[in-house]
Design a protein around this ligand. Structure first.
Ligand SMILES: *Cc1c(COP(=O)(O)O)cnc(C)c1O
Length: 401
């Protein structure tokens, strides 16, 4: 085993509870797509279902089937399992799987509804769908007006397909006072009015990610807004946090004069610890060029440790260091061991000159206590999301404590 993940069940449960309380009266859909943001979809599905999650959110049919299998494996009958929203599109080949696995797909075209209707009739079953409204993010969804009218009409006319929800996604939920968000809210309200006008009554209205639950600026926040809209239609409201479940959130931004705050503050705790073990130690003299291209040259005698994780494992190559540019670090014996030179595909060298008593076999923390996904994201010039779902440790298991 070269590296492994320790997933804190207790923290995942606690983060879920924090989000559920902050979102109330809206229901939390727990997003576990992208292999549970790198944490292991099946394990996360089991923990969140046991914590009471009524909805889970996955990417596609394969992930939906993985979630169903994981929940059946712990003795939950499908009817007792959380509902599973398939959020990232649908192709014709997916339709039978959607029906087989009892998934609720997000749809936005009449064509998608047609595929699902055919699959539902083949299986003699009914498929519930959530219609996604493109309120201005321009990614997926039907725009209010003719496009929305078409998909709604297709649902009304297609035997075996029923409207269960209407949803949208915000492009800038972390920015309080965002003009884009204000415009998106207005467009979504317009869309809901259309749904009502054609006499349809979805059970669920959903909008907002972690930041939608988190950001508050004195005005009506996204969670309250979606709850008010849902109430007005006799529907239930739902918000869809992902990142927050795993213990992270985006920094709250504010546009214009607004005073914005984080509702979640420091209540969330990181769920993932990524570990490996020291597999080599060496003393090098001044002048030694370390790693590919010798971009770091020892300026004095150093003690170096080798750990078996590199960029192929998700340890970003941008965390490499040169003599003049600091890179990332791992935690060894509770102290920072700076990464030295280039990170290789599956190997990384770290400086343990300042850490007493390091031995081959010592645990090294690649990500977790003392080195966060935010640290990695900053050094790699990316977002926490990409760091988390980029971790490809071979094993995921529970913490011993
Ligand atoms: C991924 C995703 C979310 C979760 O977003 P976070 O920022 O991780 O909370 C919510 N809704 C949809 C549609 C998504 O695709």
């Amino acid at each position: 085993m070269t590296s492994w993940l320790e997933i804190s069940e207790q923290r995942l449960r606690a983060n879920y509870r924090v989000l559920a309380e902050a979102a109330a009266p809206a229901t939390v859909l727990a997003v576990i797509k992208a292999n549970g943001y790198g944490h292991g979809l099946e394990h996360c599905a089991q923990i969140l279902a046991a914590a009471g999650a009524y909805w889970l959110g996955v990417n596609g049919v394969e992930e939906g089937a993985d979630a169903r299998r994981a929940l059946s494996a712990v003795g939950m009958a499908v009817e007792a399992q959380p509902r599973v929203l398939m959020m990232c599109g649908l192709s014709e080949e997916d339709a039978d799987g959607v029906v087989q696995e009892t998934l609720t797909p997000v749809v936005w075209t009449a064509q998608q509804v047609g595929w699902l209707g055919a699959a539902a009739r083949r299986a003699g079953r009914t498929v519930s769908v959530h219609v996604e409204v493109d309120s201005g993010m321009t990614r997926q969804g039907a725009r209010p007006g003719a496009e929305l009218e078409q998909v709604l009409q297709a649902i009304r006319e297609t035997h075996g397909v029923q409207l269960d929800g209407v949803m949208t996604q915000f492009a800038s939920a972390e920015a309080a006072g965002s003009r884009q968000t204000a415009e998106q809210k207005a467009r979504f309200e317009e869309a809901l009015a259309e749904v009502v006008a054609v006499g349809m009554s979805p059970a669920w209205i959903s909008a907002g990610n972690t930041s939608g639950v988190d950001v508050t600026d004195g005005a009506e926040d996204l969670t309250s807004w979606v709850s008010r809209l849902a109430r007005g239609m006799g529907a239930r409201s739902m918000v869809r946090p992902g990142l927050g479940l795993y213990g992270y959130r985006l920094a709250v931004e504010a546009e214009g004069e607004v005073q914005a705050e984080s509702r979640l503050g420091d209540q969330l705790e990181p769920v993932m610890t990524w570990k490996t073990k020291v597999i080599g130690l060496e003393e090098v003299s001044a002048g030694a060029a370390v790693g590919y291209n010798g971009i770091f040259v020892a300026e004095r005698p150093m003690r170096l440790a080798l750990v078996p994780a590199g960029y192929a494992d998700g340890l970003r190559r941008e965390l490499s260091s040169t003599n003049t540019r600091e890179g990332g670090w791992v935690m060894l014996r509770g102290q920072r061991a700076p990464i030295v030179g280039r990170i290789s595909m599956n190997l990384t060298t770290v400086d343990v000159s300042g850490i007493d008593g390091v031995l081959v076999g010592d645990e090294a923390v690649l990500l977790g206590e003392g080195v966060s996904a935010e640290d990695h994201a900053r050094l790699a010039g990316t977002i926490v999301y990409e760091i988390l779902c980029g971790v490809r440790a071979v094993e995921r298991h529970k913490p011993r404590s």
